[in-house]
Design a protein around this ligand. Structure first.
Ligand SMILES: Nc1ncnc2c1ncn2[C@@H]1O[C@H](COP(=O)(O)OP(=O)(O)OP(=O)(O)O)[C@@H](O)[C@H]1O
Ligand SMILES: [Mg+2]
Length: 453
């Protein structure tokens, strides 16, 4: 991939000025665009990220000030140099108010023009360098796939390092998208069972009636459809780690059986009375408040105490904003490569938007936003505009109904679920967005309302 250049836009009705500035710009290492009227200039500013614009004040129809007015919001971090023959104080003041940084009288002072260009190119290069070093640092800081350099994360890495060789069961808590699964994997990789299997069971994705046989296996003829002997997840993970994701979703009947297996180290396949020894390390994760569930009777207290012998809390992203630049740099690098786009950094305004987000969907949401912004990005730096587009109307406050949104207060009715599924042609991702629930929640709703049977 050719290394990206900053973009220069020249808007002037005078063809001599256009030719001159374009030639200078190319020599100074810019990608150059030109427009011979204000209207086209406005269009261009809306479509592309421009690093530097030379804008003529006096043009027929739409003049320089009109261009500035029309693009005040869209031209995030464009450096504007206004060119004018007759400089009046009034227009100068107005132009500055509208965001023009430079004011160049005609005839153009070429050394000064060159200086401006060099300054902007230098800024651009600094942005790319910052990004490169952030991305490199992110790589260095990575702890078994987990990026973080904030004190809370460094502490977390330390804790994992110390516990992984010994702990037999661990409970990982944290909000959705905060990285619980990554922590579970790091735990496995640093433990004595690293060469054995790591088996994930997503407790929210299993139909209640099948839970027992999925976990513990079954023998032939145990129930209709059980045509063979089959080991469950527990046996599959034997010697290794069993990751019980969303453990708060375990049905009450299974909770008791799970506890027994954990305590005796022995299980029975469904339909069999023969006990089988299993030796697994159980790592469980939840984004629910399990203590509350215990109080309310939704989760067995004895199982809870058994699981949380060791508890690890993954902090929400808003409590470790220092990590955002490094996460961003890593995701940006990943997605710009995946989409074959040269996007070596982001604008200062874009950085601010990211730093100030509430991120209810945590790192997963940040990752999704960077992915979408990379798709939208047409220039060489990710801009505020790209991010706002990627965040959608709800912004990072999370009122958006996507995979990372919080569930609505009132669960959708059977009719609503069915209508959403129908309207989305059976596509569950789309349907869950329409309903404003997560995909997992949608599966639960489908099961609850027996919609697919
Ligand atoms: N510190 C991090 N560094 C790099 N990537 C991260 C980090 N934390 C999370 N991610 C990424 O964010 C996404 C969500 O992470 P993960 O699946 O571990 O979250 P979770 O807490 O298990 O979420 P959920 O509660 O929704 O299951 C994944 O794509 C993961 O790779
Ligand atoms: Mg998870």
């Amino acid at each position: 991939m050719e290394s990206p250049k900053p973009v220069l836009l020249v808007v002037d009705d005078d063809s001599h000025v256009r030719t001159l500035l374009a030639a200078l710009g190319k020599r100074q290492g810019f990608d150059v665009l030109t427009c011979d009227n204000g209207l086209e200039g406005i269009e261009m500013l809306r479509r592309r990220h421009i690093d530097l614009m030379f804008l003529d004040l006096h043009m027929p129809d739409v003049n320089g000030l009109d261009v500035l007015k029309a693009t005040q919001e869209t031209s995030d971090s464009t450096h504007v140099a206004l060119i004018t023959g007759m400089a009046s104080i009034d227009t100068a003041v107005q132009a500055v108010k509208l965001g023009a940084e430079d004011y160049l009288p005609k005839p153009l002072d070429l050394p000064r023009v060159t200086e401006t260009m060099q300054a902007i190119r230098w800024q651009f290069e600094t942005r790319t360098t910052i990004h490169k070093s952030d991305a490199a640092l992110a790589e260095q800081l990575e702890f078994h796939g987990i990026i973080g350099r904030s004190p809370v994360m460094t502490e977390l890495f330390d804790l994992i390092r110390r516990l992984a060789p010994h702990a037999r069961s661990v409970l990982i808590r944290g909000e959705t998208g905060s990285g619980k699964e990554l922590v579970a994997r790091a735990f496995h990789r640093l433990g004595p069972r690293r060469d054995k299997r790591f088996v994930t069971v997503n407790c929210s994705a299993i139909v209640e009636t099948l839970f027992e046989s999925e976990l513990f296996g079954h023998v032939r003829g145990a129930f209709t459809g059980a045509s063979d002997n089959k080991p469950g997840f527990f046996e599959a993970a034997s010697g290794g780690t069993l990751f019980l994701d969303e453990v708060g979703e375990l049905p009450a009947t299974v909770q008791g059986k799970l506890l027994r297996v954990l305590e005796t180290g022995e299980l029975q396949r469904v339909g069999s009375v023969e006990g089988r020894r299993v030796d697994v390390r159980v790592v469980a994760a939840t984004n629910r408040d399990l203590e509350k569930e215990v109080e309310g009777g939704g989760f067995r207290s004895d199982l809870y105490y058994r699981l949380n012998v060791v508890e690890i809390v993954v902090p929400p992203l808003r409590d470790r904003v220092e990590d955002i630049p490094y996460l961003t740099a890593a995701f940006l690098r990943e997605y710009s490569a995946a989409f074959s786009k040269a996007i070596p950094g982001l604008t200062p305004n874009a950085e601010t938007v990211l730093a100030q987000g509430a991120w209810p969907g945590n790192v997963r949401q940040l990752r999704n936003v960077i992915e979408r912004a990379c798709l939208l990005c047409e220039g060489h730096l990710l801009t505020e505009r790209d991010l706002v587009g990627a965040l959608g109307s709800g912004g990072a406050s999370g009122s958006r109904a996507t995979d990372d949104a919080a569930p609505p207060a009132v669960p959708p009715s059977k009719e609503q679920v069915s209508a959403a599924l129908h309207g989305a042609g059976g596509n569950k991702v789309l349907a869950s967005r329409r309903l404003g629930v997560s995909r997992r929640a949608l599966y639960r709703l489908i099961e609850k309302h027996r919609l697919e049977a």
